[in-house]
Design a protein around this ligand. Structure first.
Ligand code: UTP
Length: 292
């Protein structure tokens, strides 16, 4: 079995972010901050920690701010230098990627996650690749989600997805795994179903927005088959690889924040703020005062 290296990550950021209107009228959801870093920055940091070298953003109309964010802010840098603001300059440096490390592709219609991934097919080429949904903030600085998946991939090859157990009543919101053999945190994937109807889910193991996939998934997506919600579903395309290629799910160990949802985003801000030396004490004090 050839284990193709994973050097490219695809970030589908073409969604409309309707749950965050009116903010997302002007600001892409992926640039909403958690404390002071945009959601997308957390996902890029996670990709870098997993050894990813090339980032592909699948964007859409109205998302130009994403390109500006990753560009060098020449005037800002000059002004910070002139004012001797070295701490702020250092923060900017932590966000800077090399020239050519990022590519942008437009998803011309919001036809679903599978369609967004397929838009990156020419850049991905014949390599295995990662997909990260930035609105899923998977927080585990000691063992970031994609790096842990990459370790599993190096041993087992094929396709690896990140999963978490969700409550029964939430299974109809996710891609759900039919589990096979279990080896610690790694579960063999025997089947996948997108948003199963209440009471029909094969398990409570839900896909949570991190994938390492073989390029053959692009060929399957090329058929443009519509699934749940009349969208081209990544889950349906992945399901066709089961039995053809190795397919495993790694249970995420850490805290997951669904930042595509308002409550999840607020919780992420509070949780990550509490971990920080600069804002943590003030936030903790305020929170304590709220507890009746
Ligand atoms: P969501 O289901 O959260 O949709 O997409 P959304 O449009 O971003 O947000 P709401 O529901 O309107 O508030 C899950 C992920 O898939 C991407 C989104 O950008 C997000 O990362 N996506 C979804 C696309 O890139 N293109 C699509 O056509 C659909």
């Amino acid at each position: 079995m050839t284990i193709r290296p994973v050097k490219t990550a695809v970030f589908p950021v073409g969604g409309q972010g309707t749950r965050f209107l009116p903010a997302t009228k002007a600001v892409p959801k992926e640039l909403l901050p958690v404390v002071d870093r945009p959601l997308l920055q957390y996902a890029v940091d996670e990709a870098l920690a997993a050894g990813i070298e090339r980032m592909v953003f699948v964007t859409a109309r109205g998302k130009n701010a994403l390109e500006d964010y990753f560009d060098v802010a020449g005037e800002l840098v000059a002004s910070l230098k002139a004012k001797g603001k070295t701490a702020e300059l250092a923060v900017l440096e932590t966000t800077q990627l090399s020239p050519g490390q990022i590519a942008y592709v437009r998803q011309q219609e919001p036809a679903g996650l599978g369609h967004a991934v397929w838009c990156a097919r020419h850049i991905v080429g014949d390599d295995a690749f990662a997909v990260l949904l930035p609105d899923e903030l998977l927080w585990n600085p000691a063992n970031p989600a994609l790096a842990a998946m990459h370790d599993v991939y190096r041993q087992r090859g094929g396709n690896v997805i990140s999963v978490l157990e969700v409550p029964d009543e939430h299974t109809n919101r996710y891609g759900i795994v039919t589990p096979g053999a279990i080896d610690g945190l790694v579960t063999e994937v025997k089947g996948l179903v997108e948003k199963p109807k209440a009471g029909t889910a094969p398990s409570r193991l839900a896909a949570i927005g991190r994938y390492i996939l073989q390029p053959e998934v692009m060929t399957i997506l090329s058929a443009g088959k519509r699934g749940a919600g009349n969208e081209i579903q990544l889950t349906d395309a992945m399901a066709e690889l089961i039995g053809v290629q190795p397919f495993h799910a790694l249970t995420f160990t850490g805290t997951r924040f669904d930042c595509g949802d308002k409550a999840g985003h607020i919780t992420a801000n509070i949780a990550l703020a509490l971990e920080r030396d600069d804002v943590g004490p003030a936030v903790r004090e305020w929170l304590k005062a709220q507890v009746i």
